[in-house]
Ligand binder design. Structure first.
Ligand code: ARG
Length: 591
């Protein structure tokens, strides 16, 4: 078995066949199948088909259409029965045997992605700027980007994670000039810059106040861009300091990413500009050169600035180069950029201009810009420290660690966990909460950062879900070594009983996993996975409250083990664990 069956797409196939057979006179009749709270799934195409028939002067009703579709449904092992409801909806009930077999496959083959064609994907995320602090906006990009990348890797795609670090541009002129003054011997002795942000502030102050300094700064930009060795060395040193700071954050959060900053594109920008010139796509505009996008796009009529007055390149130029490089050199067939929603117009314009320039063929290559909302503090204002500074990420993560250990102590976990386990739990809870709080909301919206909320142990939070998962996991573990050893055999040989409604309900939720994944891939909304995880946890509680897995007598001795139910618990934690992996959360071994 390679890949789990996505139930919705299977049912769509089945109903599409039925519709074609029932109404051969209609080509391209719509087929809509969705999940339904009334049945398991529902086909709601009858009304639209009825309308199409009317246009062909064929009189009928949605009810008649539904009946005809049902007559033509080919055999499918997934479907137990269908029923017409309302004016012509077709309710679909899954066959219990199919559900049992799907659970059996989760237990024995593991939780697998739905089948797909392998793609080469470049995902651009995190992307902080050198010498400026990595801030909460970059944290959002980092967390969301990592999770989308994990999902695509789970699908089996070939994913390149790119950190498009802001390591190029005019600010380096003043940084280099300032470095020369502060550390004249920088070529031989590495300068001990501890706080790059204040270094940046100092140089900016001089740049604004000192004409001689300003001139030298401009000169250093030119030198750097022409590859002069001392300026290049200074630039490297400054980037190294930033790089070390960024890496600490990535290590804490277990994020893998390849650095390929703006500087990488310098020579490619030069070539690209020539190409655009030759193709006659650049337009002189008051000293600068601009480019318009494809006329047919929903594109707000804002052109890109390709060459600034005076000859320099811009952020626009660099992204025209990223798209070209990723398509032509990386051979990507899917590009994803993750930034704050404020850059939506920028990327629309880039995609549109790339199409016009013949770089992007959108019938072959998928491009997505995932834009996220700003991070707010609990006061509803832009997230700042009390003194009004931007919050440093390293400090934020430290605060998370403090809060999480306090939470664990409050729950007296130190009585159960040893020192090492406590440390691990502290990290997994802290970073898990920070990630989950971000991922569980629709990323397009603004997001209120609140440690109190994210560390709550009720509702759709990381703490609740991690604990729930560990508890489910421990049901089988508590039966002892012998039982655990027999699990693989039991998984193979036990037939899963789904007699109780709550057993069946839980099983049906678990086998939706591939459908959930399919849905997320359509529009890259990771919060759907969080909602699903929460749905598993709550459905599990409903099941566990009424279905005994283990029965004990008054002395507390085990008198009966319901193996089928224990296996259902195992399937639940298998699916949950895979969701946690995709979200980048580490589970807790013990609680
Ligand atoms: N450095 C930019 C920022 O801080 C983000 C870069 C995103 N990637 C890109 N290819 N434009 O906003």
């Amino acid at each position: 078995v390679s890949g789990m069956i996505s139930i919705v797409s299977h049912l769509k196939d089945v109903f599409q066949q039925a519709i074609v057979a029932a109404f051969p006179e209609l080509n391209n009749a719509p087929c809509v199948v969705t999940e339904s709270p009334k049945a398991d799934y529902q086909c709601s195409s009858s009304m639209a088909i009825c309308q199409l028939l009317k246009e062909k002067q064929i009189k009928t009703s949605p009810m008649e259409v539904a009946k005809k579709i049902i007559e033509k449904i080919p055999y499918s092992s997934l479907i137990d029965k269908t029923e017409i409801s309302g004016p012509g909806f077709i309710n679909i009930f899954l066959s219990k045997d199919y559900v049992k077999q799907a659970i059996h496959s989760i237990l024995n083959d593991g939780v697998k992605p739905p089948q797909t064609e392998k793609k080469r994907i470049v995902i651009d995320f995190s992307s902080p700027n050198v010498a400026k602090e990595m801030h909460v906006g970059h944290l959002r990009s980092t967390i969301i980007g990592d999770s989308i990348a994990r999902l695509l890797e789970f699908m089996g795609h070939d994913v390149l994670r790119i950190n498009h670090v802001g390591d190029w541009g005019t600010q380096f002129g003043m940084l280099i000039a300032h470095l020369e003054d502060r550390f004249p011997d920088f070529v031989n002795v590495s300068p001990p810059i501890a706080d790059l942000q204040s270094f940046y502030k100092e140089s900016k102050k001089r740049f604004d106040e000192d004409e001689e300094f300003k001139k030298r700064a401009y000169d250093r930009v030119v030198k750097l861009q022409s590859g002069e060795s001392n300026s290049t060395k200074a630039w490297q040193l400054i980037c190294d300091v930033s790089r070390r700071e960024f890496q600490k954050i990535y290590d804490s959060l277990d994020i893998k990413i390849v650095e390929r900053g703006e500087s990488f594109y310098q020579s490619r920008m030069e070539k690209l500009v020539k190409e655009l010139e030759t193709k006659g796509l650049l337009e002189a505009d008051d000293g600068r050169f601009i480019m318009w996008g494809d006329k047919n796009d929903d594109f707000g009529g804002i052109p890109l600035t390709i060459i600034k007055t005076g000859g320099g390149f811009t952020y626009d130029t660099s992204d025209m180069a990223t798209i070209k490089q990723r398509i032509e050199e990386e051979k990507a067939d899917w590009l994803i950029y993750i930034t704050d929603a404020g850059q939506a117009t920028h990327f629309k314009a880039i995609f549109s201009c790339a199409k016009r320039a013949g770089i992007l063929d959108s019938s072959k290559i998928r491009v997505d810009h995932v834009g996220f909302g700003v991070v707010l503090g609990e006061d509803g204002k832009k997230f700042k420290t009390r003194s009004g500074d931007t919050v440093k990420l390293a400090e934020l993560l430290d605060e998370g660690l403090k809060r999480s250990i306090a939470k664990l102590m409050e729950k007296e976990r130190d009585k159960i966990l040893n020192e090492e386990e406590m440390k691990e739990a502290q990290k997994n809870v802290a970073y898990g909460c920070i990630k989950y709080a971000d991922l569980s909301k629709n990323c397009k919206n603004e997001y209120v950062f609140s440690f109190d909320k994210m560390l709550e142990d009720k509702g759709n939070t990381a703490v609740y879900l991690l604990y729930a998962n560990t508890r489910i996991c421990s049901i089988a573990r508590n039966l002892g070594e012998e039982f655990l050893k027999s699990l693989p055999k039991l998984k193979k040989e036990t037939s899963i009983e789904l007699e109780h409604v709550k057993e069946l309900k839980l099983a049906k939720v678990l086998i939706q996993f591939p459908d959930i994944i399919d849905r997320i891939l359509r529009d890259l909304t990771i919060n759907t996975l969080c909602e699903y995880l929460y749905q598993i946890a709550t459905t599990f509680t409903e099941f566990y409250d009424v279905c005994y897995c283990i029965e004990k007598n008054k002395q507390g001795e085990i008198v009966k083990i319901n193996t089928s139910r224990i296996l259902l618990c195992e399937a639940a934690t298998a699916v949950m664990s895979e969701c946690f992996k995709i979200l980048g959360l580490k589970t807790l071994q013990k609680i």
